[in-house]
Design a protein around this ligand. Structure first.
Ligand SMILES: *Cc1c(COP(=O)(O)O)cnc(C)c1O
Length: 422
C-alpha cells in the first residue's frame, strides 16, 4: 500500500471501537484484572501498552505502529522530544568509553548533545565531513558503536551520500542512526536504503502547525540479524540484570529488539515519555503530511529558483538546484522533493536584518516545518555567541538568511520576498 493510505489507516483497528477518529486514552495506569495478569505484564510476557503510561499507552501505540509503517520499519518508540529520541538512540548502544562517528553538519542541539552532555557521560563524538564519507573508516575502532547523520541537515541543508555511509557501516558491523526530521518519511525512507535506526523531531512537519513537541525512533526490519552475536553490542547479547538475566536478542520481542530495549530500559529508567495527547495530535498531522510535504517542496524549489535569479542575492542553498553542493545526492535520494528549507546570502549583516524587518508574511521564529512561513537570521540569533571564525567553520556568513517555506500561496511568498529585497 502507498504511504498516504497507510498514514490514514495503519495501526488502528477501527472495528474494535467503531470510531472514525483514533481514540485518545488519557490515563496513567491500567486495571490488570487479576494478580497473574499483573505479574506476567511486569515479566515482559504481555504487551507493553497496558502496564503504565511511562512505558506504553494505547493511543501512543497507534502513533508508533503508524509511523513505523510509513517509515518502512518494524517498530517505533515515541519519546517526549526529538532530542530525547536522539539521546535514547545513542544510549541504547553506547556507554562510557564508547564512541559515535557523527557528520560535521547537524542540528545545533545535536551538536551540543554530542560535544558536551554525552562527552561528560564518557561517550566520545568523532566528526567527519558530511560530504566526504571516506573520512569515516580511519575513525572506526572496536569502541565505535554508531554512525550518526541527517538526511537533510538543519540548518546547513546538506544531503549526504546515504548508501556510501551505509556500505562503510555494514562492512564494520556498525549501526547507522539517521535524523530524518527535515526530509520526513514521505520524501526519503532511509530504512529502505539500509539505515538501521531513524530518529525524528515530530515537533516540526508531523503536525505541520507547530502544535506540540515530540520525537520518534524507528528500527529497520530484521535489525536483529546485524546485532545478534555482534561483539559491538553487548547490551543486546548479554544477560540484562534488571530483568533476571533476560537476553534481548533471544527474547520473544527480539524481532523489534532495538525499540523494545529502549522502551523497557531507557523509558522505564529515565522516563522521557510522550504525552498521549501529543501522540493524538501527531496522528492527526500524519493524515495530511504527505500532501503537505509535496507542497512545501514545490514551493521551496520555486522560491529558491526565484532567489537564484535575484540580483541582490549572492548565493542560494537548496538541494535540488543544479548549482547546489548536494545536487548529486539530492537527485538520487530526494526524488519526490527536498522539503521546505531554503537559505540564501546577502552582502552584509545589516542588509540581512533589513530583509527580516521588511517581510510581512514570514515570521521571525527559531523553528522549521510550520505551515506558516518562517525567516531566520542565524548570525544574530541562534548562532549569536559564535566568533567570526566559528561562524565561518559552521558555514554561516553574516548575511545568511534561512527560510522555512510554509503552505501559503507560492506567488504570495515570492511577492513578499520581492518587496523586502527591493
Ligand atoms: C528540531 C530538531 C531536532 C530537535 O527536536 P526537538 O523536538 O525540538 O527536541 C533534532 N533534529 C533536527 C534536524 C531538528 O530540526
Amino acid at each position: 500500500m502507498e504511504q498516504q493510505t497507510l498514514a490514514l489507516h495503519a495501526g488502528y483497528e477501527k472495528e474494535a471501537q467503531g470510531t472514525m477518529a483514533v481514540p485518545l486514552y488519557m490515563t496513567t495506569a491500567y486495571d490488570f484484572g487479576s494478580a497473574d495478569f499483573a505479574a506476567s505484564s511486569f515479566n515482559l510476557q504481555q504487551g507493553t501498552d497496558h502496564v503504565y503510561t511511562r512505558v506504553g499507552n494505547p493511543t501512543t501505540a497507534i502513533l508508533e505502529r503508524r509511523f513505523a509503517t510509513i517509515e518502512g520499519g518494524s517498530a517505533a518508540l515515541a519519546i517526549s522530544s526529538g532530542m530525547g529520541a536522539i539521546f535514547y538512540a545513542v544510549l541504547n548502544i553506547a556507554g562510557a568509553g564508547d564512541n559515535i562517528i557523527v557528520a560535521s553538519k547537524l542540528y545545533g542541539g545535536t551538536i551540543t548533545l554530542f560535544t558536551q552532555t554525552l562527552k561528560r557521560l564518557g561517550i566520545e563524538a568523532r566528526f567527519y565531513d558530511v560530504h566526504n564519507p571516506d573520512e569515516i573508516t580511519p575513525l572506526i575502532d572496536e569502541h565505535t558503536k554508531g554512525i550518526f547523520f541527517e538526511t537533510i541537515s538543519n540548518p546547513s541543508i546538506d544531503v549526504p551520500d546515504i548508501e556510501a555511509i551505509v556500505a562503510i557501516a555494514n562492512a564494520h558491523g556498525i549501526l547507522t542512526i539517521v535524523d530524518n526530521t527535515v526530509a520526513t518519511p514521505f520524501l526519503c525512507q532511509p530504512l529502505l536504503l539500509g539505515v538501521d535506526v531513524v530518529v525524528h523531531s515530530a515537533s516540526k512537519y508531523t503536525t505541520g502547525q507547530g502544535l506540540a513537541i515530540g520525537g520518534l525512533m524507528v528500527e529497520r526490519n530484521d535489525l536483529v540479524a546485524k546485532i545478534l552475536e555482534n561483539p559491538r553490542y553487548p547490551f543486546f547479547n548479554e544477560p540484562e540484570t534488571s530483568y533476571h538475566g533476560l537476553v534481548f536478542a533471544n527474547c520473544p520481542a527480539s524481532a523489534v529488539l532495538f525499540t523494545f530495549r529502549a522502551r523497557m530500559i531507557l523509558l522505564r529508567d529515565t522516563g522521557a515519555v510522550l504525552s498521549p495527547f501529543n501522540a493524538w495530535l501527531f496522528i492527526q498531522g500524519l493524515e495530511t503530511m504527505s500532501l503537505r510535504m509535496r507542497q512545501h517542496s514545490d514551493s521551496a524549489l520555486k522560491v529558491a529558483q526565484f532567489l537564484e535569479k535575484h540580483p541582490r542575492i549572492q548565493k542560494v542553498n537548496y538541494p535540488l538546484l543544479s548549482s547546489d553542493r548536494s545536487y548529486k545526492n539530492a537527485s538520487k535520494y530526494l526524488t519526490k522533493g527536498a522539503s521546505g528549507l531554503v537559505s540564501f546570502e546577502v552582502e552584509s549583516f545589516e542588509v540581512a536584518k533589513k530583509i527580516l524587518d521588511g517581510v510581512k508574511l514570514f515570521s521571525i521564529v527559531a523553528n522549521i516545518g510550520d505551515s506558516k512561513s518562517i525567516i531566520n537570521h542565524s548570525a544574530s540569533t541562534t548562532h549569536q555567541q559564535l566568533s567570526p571564525q566559528e561562524l565561518e567553520n559552521a558555514g554561516i556568513s553574516a548575511g545568511l538568511i534561512r527560510l522555512s517555506i510554509g503552505l501559503e500561496d507560492t506567488q504570495d511568498l515570492i511577492e513578499d520576498l520581492t518587496q523586502a529585497l527591493s
